[in-house]
Design a protein around this ligand. Structure first.
Ligand code: HEC
Ligand code: HEC
Length: 293
């Protein structure tokens, strides 16, 4: 994976070779404070003018993100904060385990190649071609509509030729198996039955993809959360997160903004929202199963 993508989508395993490490491509970097790093840039005038604001505001917004988060959509809709005043940034997701998954990103902007072209042209400002007329909607994506992001053409296209190899590489990144002893096998086996049976998780998280084959999107109301982040995306929905390699997520929490600190908190949320009536034991077993994926 290109070194710039690896900045956010890889981590280093120091146990492998102390001091040198071993790059683990596809893992979400949940330690990197992207916003704080960009905020240190001496010149942010171009970002401020794109967003139609001043440099001091841009620095405040960047410093509000925190580690492991980034806000790609800020650069198309200019919305930095949620109605409750918290940052609109989302967690960096893993870039592995995506083969067979239809839509990507937390809110399903498109397939891998759509998002790669989006990031390379609109976020990293490479020279290329990008076409997505959904961004011409000035009411929803004012920054993009003003900047003409819905139809970008460079004199020399240096991005499009790279898309096929980048996609194949990303789709080949398999989720890493959980380390031995990191979960209770017997409990995970019982949890698998709860997942597919009583808890109804497999209705959306369809094994072995753990997202729906097809249009894998849901409103916030369906999963019991607010619509803020969904409303910032073209289909105004959240994508069913493919759960494989969940054990690698580390710090930062779960769901797009890390609102649930632990898997137990995610399960308790679903138990309430869907009135599942799961016992404490079933909830524990379910968590062990999630750690085994
Ligand atoms: C500054 C950090 C950063 C960099 C650099 C970056 N990404 Fe991402 N990536 C993210 C974040 C954050 C998301 C989630 C975006 C969202 O859902 O709004 C994401 C989402 C993705 C996804 C979708 C993952 C999923 O679960 O569906 C893919 C694929 C991806 N990025 C590939 C790339 C590639 C390829 C590059 C290099 C061209 C790249 N990224 C560079 C932060 C980054
Ligand atoms: C109606 C469809 C649906 C059902 C049923 C469902 N989920 Fe989800 N799940 C989603 C969506 C959509 C997301 C993404 C939420 C977001 O982006 O914030 C998600 C996210 C998650 C996450 C967070 C993944 C991450 O990367 O942070 C976990 C864990 C999870 N679900 C587990 C479960 C379990 C366990 C059950 C059963 C109790 C379940 N889900 C039932 C749709 C569903």
């Amino acid at each position: 994976m290109g070194i710039q993508c690896a900045l956010c989508h890889s981590t280093v395993d120091d146990a492998f070779a102390p001091g040198i490490g071993h790059r683990r491509d596809g893992w979400a970097n949940r330690d990197l404070d992207v916003g704080a790093i960009i905020a240190l840039a001496p010149r942010l005038e171009s970002v401020a003018s794109l967003l139609g604001t001043d440099v001091a505001t841009v620095r405040t917004v960047l410093n509000s993100w925190g580690p492991g988060k980034f806000d790609a959509v800020l650069f198309v809709d200019g919305k930095a904060f949620r109605p409750d005043g918290k940052s609109g940034a989302v967690l960096i997701p893993p870039a592995f385990g995506l083969a067979g998954v239809n839509l990507h990103t937390w809110t399903g902007w498109g397939g891998v190649s759509h998002w790669n072209a989006f990031v390379a042209n609109l976020e990293m400002h490479g020279k290329g071609t990008f076409f997505d007329p959904r961004l011409d909607d000035a009411a929803r994506f004012p920054v993009a509509a003003r900047a003409g992001f819905g139809d970008v053409r460079a004199e020399e296209d240096m991005i499009t030729p790279l898309l096929p190899a980048l996609q194949l590489y990303q789709l080949a990144l398999a989720p890493p198996a959980p380390p031995r002893g990191s979960f209770d096998r017997m409990a995970a086996k019982r949890g698998e039955d709860v997942f597919a049976g009583k808890a109804g998780c497999a209705r959306c998280h369809v094994p072995p993809l753990f997202t729906e084959p097809g249009w894998n999107m849901h409103t916030g109301a369906e999963i019991g959360i607010d619509e803020f982040q969904a409303n910032r995306s073209p289909d105004q929905r959240y994508r069913t997160a493919p759960l494989r390699g969940l054990w690698t997520h580390g710090t930062g929490g779960y769901y797009h903004d890390g609102r649930f600190a632990t898997l137990a908190a995610v399960i308790a949320h679903y138990d309430r929202h869907f009135s599942l009536g799961l016992s404490a034991g079933e909830q524990r077993d379910l968590a062990e199963y999630l750690k085994s994926l």
